[in-house]
Design a protein around this ligand. Structure first.
Ligand code: NAI
Length: 344
């Protein structure tokens, strides 16, 4: 089998080469992203392997089908970059539903602690032998209330870590998992209550029509003054302009962003010698209380191994049996994994 692998980074290759060789899949690694302009590179391949910022829209799907490409193998969990409705009946879409919820949850906490305890400032100061503590006062996480939106795999690991810190958790999910309530430190509530009571809000839900710009001017208005916003899920959950206004108004105390709505134009690339054209991103990064990482929450050795192994197994399983438990299916649950493996 031959797969065209888009948006390749050096850290992707070792595990994919190893698992691919073991299972007889030859990957052609392209550094370019999959877009309408680059889709022809997939000509002659059985499938494409793509990541979070590749584009799988109607035009790309049509071209892939014309070229006889049968499978889109996502090497990630989120699939907001795929037009699932359009893909249905045309091309099979496989994903990696979980590779390390710990990687993302731990990165979220790392960003929170960095922000609250000013570690990013301390690192720069002490490198310049500036040992002043002015402006370095943080606060205890113990006893604070964290609002967690999305209590799936990552949200639950994050909640457990927060419980370890002695924090109270207010959770919200479209499909609550009541068993995680403990009658003490974790309880579900409606969004308005979560916004009103949380000192920290962390987003762990997928990007869907429902959740697009979930954090906007109106919802920011409902938050506590000084709230800290953590987003390691998807950029477009947050209206970046509204976030910027909230920060300028001192309503938002800090923001930790691993994702950004327009990240596809910048993240994963080195822009250090260039002029950034996105004023909102530049302004956010210029704020002393904003920390941005470039969609790296997933990036651990464990996650990279799991991603490669699961992607390769998805591809092999699909070509051997015609079905795959990790196939995304529009028909049997719009944005859920295919329940039957036979919907296509
Ligand atoms: P999951 O599918 O296990 O959990 C998602 C949860 O969100 C589910 O409980 C679901 O019921 C809930 N949900 C769905 N619609 C909702 C809505 N409208 N409002 C509130 N909750 C809603 O997914 P998992 O593995 O926990 O991942 C969560 C998100 O994290 C992914 O969708 C992805 O966008 C992001 N992610 C980010 C990574 C990074 O490197 N920054 C890496 C992996 C995932």
């Amino acid at each position: 089998m031959k797969f065209a692998f888009f948006d390749t980074k050096p850290y992707d290759r070792p595990a994919f080469e190893r698992y691919g060789e073991e299972k007889g899949i030859k990957f052609k690694f392209y550094e370019t992203k999959l877009t309408e302009d680059t889709v022809s590179l997939a000509n002659g391949y059985d499938g494409v392997c793509v990541f979070v910022n590749d584009t799988v829209n109607a035009a790309v799907i049509d071209r892939l089908c014309e070229m006889g490409v049968k499978v889109v193998a996502l090497r990630c969990a989120g699939f907001n970059n795929v037009d699932m409705k359009y893909a249905y009946g045309k091309i099979h879409v496989l994903r990696v539903p979980a590779y390390s919820p710990y990687a993302v949850a731990e990165h979220t906490i790392a960003m929170l602690l960095t922000s609250v305890r000013r570690i990013h400032k301390a690192y720069i100061r002490t490198r310049d032998f500036n040992f002043s503590l002015a402006g370095m006062t943080g606060f205890d996480l113990h006893g604070k209330t964290v609002g967690v939106i999305g209590t799936g795999k990552i949200g639950r690991v994050f909640i457990n870590i927060c419980r370890g810190f002695g924090m109270k958790v207010i959770a919200y999910d479209k499909f609550p998992a009541k068993e995680i309530e403990d009658g003490e430190s974790v309880k579900y509530a409606e969004l308005d209550e979560l916004f009103a009571k949380s000192d920290i809000i962390s987003l762990h839900c997928p990007l869907t029509e429902d959740t697009y710009h979930l954090i906007n001017e109106e919802t920011i208005d409902k938050c506590k003054k000084g709230v800290i916003l953590l987003n390691t899920s998807r950029g477009a959950l947050v209206d970046a302009e509204a976030l910027l206004s909230g920060i300028k108004d001192r309503k938002i105390g800090a923001a930790c962003l691993d994702v950004y709505e327009e990240e596809a134009d910048f993240f994963f690339e080195d822009f250090s010698g260039r002029i950034i054209s996105d004023d909102t991103l530049a302004r956010l990064i210029s704020m002393p209380n904003v920390i941005v990482s470039s969609h790296q929450a997933f990036l651990t050795n464990e996650a990279l191994e799991n991603i490669a192994e699961t992607t390769v197994n998805n591809i092999v399983g699909f070509f051997e049996s015609g079905t795959c438990p990790n196939e995304l299916c529009y028909r049997c649950g719009s944005t859920e994994d295919c329940k039957t493996g036979k919907c296509f």
